[in-house]
Design a protein around this ligand. Structure first.
Ligand SMILES: Nc1nc2c(ncn2[C@@H]2O[C@H](COP(=O)(O)OP(=O)(O)OP(=O)(O)O)[C@@H](O)[C@H]2O)c(=O)[nH]1
Ligand SMILES: [Mg+2]
Length: 662
């Protein structure tokens, strides 16, 4: 008879089991390394009798983590195909990027689960986003796993977000597999990149055992990997085998009743709200009566109407769920991420998911422009608040706070891009709203000193543009850490920069480097306030009346700055119609027409040629506005305006040095 022993080694002594032909012994040392001894070998290890946890050997829970665009989602496509899913047909690219905005922008926004079977083992995979603003999603994803595949681009090497995600994974003592991806790139330098990854590993966790983590080279796009960069196997079997061999199966305590940590929420038209998460202990079946333990220990009874698990990216029904598996549970309406679902008789909460605090805040309110209500179906402040509260249920890294005294809401998140994505989703759902400039969330230390978030910024640009970049960052209190001159007339510079300085700088950076610069930033932490600096270096051209912009009027304004409106566009008093090329605001009349006389000499001055207007994207608009301005967002339009539309009133407030809120 074949029996499996699962042991956790807490202290060293002599193992009192001599495995024989019948015994497969699996030994976990700490949580980081894992060895399976071949049948019949003697294992000279031991265990402590106390705290004997079991290991579910038929399951692996793994997250794929990396810097943005290093190929996580594409690699998951390869894993699907090679594990036998979609054997009969072609699947679309980046199948896990299922959100509309994800597909449009080609980036992953929320961490998502999927599952594959490999040699009888169920591998639950979490594809995480690599953009720094969605770091909370990575932290949420890591709450479900026992190991990570750290993907690093073979040309770019480890970048700021590689450090962030690896640090989080090592902090949770997760096992690591290194995959140097995209070795097909012409500029790939896999060996050097591996050295850089080792340096990073040792810096974050100074232990030589780190150098023993498995390393594979990969071309995720072709579904090929191998142990040498120039001799790939033509499949991903080595990676799948490494996942099974090097990532431990989930641990569970046999003496505990059913406990599941809710790490994600879903919605189905037929089943209602879905709670997604890992079963930490015990098992459950359909129609079981359970309870959901909320944040303040509030217990909500529930009856499991349906149990599902993942197969590929979709759900399949199952009768029973056991420890270690990642499952989907329906039959509960009031559930939040971080809640524990457990038995009624023995309700024990699991530690809630903790994520880093938000660093950026933005005010959301109803659309105050005279053009409000023309395009959207949801315009009331209460609807906007309700929608944002719903968002906070799913999105662990945002906080939604209603502002006392008015009907605006402050939304706090990890970065302006994260908040822009929420606004973009809302406008597509038919909302109209006004949002203010992103502001940084300051803190105080125990001595009452003001602290602010500081970013580590890495810039790669042509040498010729390095000067302007240094100058602009110095104005924003940036501190250069180092500069490296490459062989191709490019430089790599690293800066420490207050997060305040990043808002609005990205677009300037792209213009300054003529689109040839690459910038990555990651939060370093809170540090003492670095001092004031102007956050915008130009003023606005503000329309002083309502009407429609006219070519003649706009032509007259062109020498004043960069215009945002075209002839025929509706404008209103207080609307920002352009960027002034001086630091102050200027009231202008874009509706001005030519005085008509009875005499016409020729038609030549009737037609004016205007510089084409490039419409501002939502992110650009958010980054552009000043503190006393807002972005008006409707399903079809993005307009900029002053918080106080009336010019007279604005002057009164300005003369008092008082900046109104929304
Ligand atoms: N040369 C090369 N390009 C690849 C490879 N794998 C992915 N790419 C490309 O890299 C880009 C990013 O791929 P994704 O899979 O979306 O990267 P990601 O890590 O999931 O990105 P985020 O989720 O947004 O962080 C796409 O244009 C892919 O086609 C590869 O093996 N070689
Ligand atoms: Mg992705």
């Amino acid at each position: 008879m074949k029996r499996n022993f699962d042991l956790r080694i807490d202290r060293w002594a002599i193992l009192p089991i001599l495995p024989s032909e019948e015994h497969a012994v699996q030994v976990v040392v700490g949580k980081g390394s894992f060895r399976t001894t071949p049948l019949g070998q003697c294992v000279p290890l031991c265990y402590s009798g106390a705290d004997m946890k079991k290991i579910e050997t038929n399951i692996r829970n793994i997250a794929i983590i990396a810097h943005v665009d290093h190929g996580k989602t594409t690699l998951v496509d390869g894993l699907f195909t090679q594990s036998g899913l979609y054997a009969n047909g072609r699947m679309e690219e980046r199948i896990m990027d299922s959100g509309v905005l994800e597909r449009e922008r080609g980036i992953t926004i929320s961490a998502k689960n999927c599952s594959i079977d490999w040699k009888g083992v169920r591998i639950n995979i979490i594809d995480t986003p690599g953009h720094a603003d969605f770091g909370g999603e990575v932290e949420r994803g890591l709450s479900m796993v026992d190991g990570v595949v750290l993907l690093v681009d073979a040309a770019e090497g480890p970048l700021p977000q590689t450090r962030f995600v690896l640090d989080k994974a090592l902090g949770l003592h997760l096992a690591v597999i290194i995959v140097i991806n995209k070795v097909d790139r012409q500029d790939a330098r896999p060996q050097q990149v591996l050295e850089e990854v080792y340096d990073l590993l040792l810096e974050l966790h100074p232990d030589e055992a780190m150098l023993e983590v498995p390393v594979l080279y990969c071309v995720g796009r072709e579904g090929s990997c191998g142990t040498e960069p120039d001799a790939l196997d033509g499949n991903l079997h080595a990676l799948l085998d490494a996942m099974v061999a090097h990532i431990p199966g989930p641990e569970y305590d046999d003496s505990q009743p059913f406990q599941m940590l809710v790490s994600d929420l879903g919605y189905s038209d037929f089943l209602g709200r879905l709670a997604i998460g890992k079963v930490v202990n015990g098992s459950a079946s359909t129609n079981d009566s359970l309870v959901c333990l909320g944040e303040e220990g509030i217990m909500v009874p529930l009856r499991v109407t349906r149990l599902q698990r993942y197969m590929g990216p979709v759900f399949v029904e199952t009768e029973r769920i056991g420890p270690g598996d990642i499952v989907v549970l329906s039959g509960i309406e009031r559930v939040s991420i971080g809640d524990t679902i457990c038995t009624r008789d023995n309700p024990k909460p699991l530690p809630r998911i903790s994520v880093d605090e938000p660093t950026v805040a933005m005010q959301f309110g109803k659309n105050i422009s005279p053009l409000a209500g023309k395009e959207g179906s949801f315009v009331q402040a209460t609807k906007i608040h309700e929608r944002l509260v719903k968002e906070a249920l799913r999105n662990v890294s945002i906080r939604v706070e209603k502002n006392p005294g008015d009907d605006t809401v402050t939304v706090k998140g990890r970065g302006e891009f994260q908040l822009a994505i929420i606004i973009e989703s809302m406008r597509r759902e038919g909302f109209e709203l006004c949002v203010g400039r992103p502001t940084i969330i300051f803190k105080e230390d125990d001595k009452g000193r003001k602290l602010e978030p500081i970013e580590l910024v890495r810039i790669d640009c042509p040498e010729t543009h390095a000067g302007i970049v240094m100058e602009k960052l110095a104005k924003r209190k940036g501190l250069m850490l180092d500069i490296t001159y490459g062989t191709d007339e490019r430089v790599t510079m690293r800066f420490e920069l207050p997060s305040r300085g990043m808002i609005g700088y990205r677009d300037e950076f792209l213009t300054d480097t003529k689109g040839n610069g690459i910038m990555h930033a990651v939060l370093k932490g809170y540090e003492p306030y670095r001092g004031d600096f102007p956050e915008r270096f130009s003023g606005s051209l503000v329309s002083d009346r309502s009407g429609n912009a006219v070519a003649y009027g706009l032509f007259g304004l062109e020498p004043r700055g960069r215009l945002f409106v075209k002839p025929g566009d509706a404008v209103y008093e207080g609307m920002v119609i352009g960027e002034h090329n001086r630091e102050v605001d200027l009231a202008v009349n874009p509706t001005r027409t030519k005085k008509l006389t009875n005499l016409r000499a020729s038609g030549k001055d009737d037609a004016v040629t205007l510089t084409p207007v490039v419409p501002m994207s939502l992110e650009q608009a958010i980054r552009f506005i000043a503190d006393d301005e807002m972005v008006e967002v409707t399903p079809k339009s993005i307009r900029l305006c002053k918080r106080i539309l009336n010019g007279q009133q604005r002057k009164i407030f300005e003369s008092r040095g008082y900046l109104p809120t929304m």
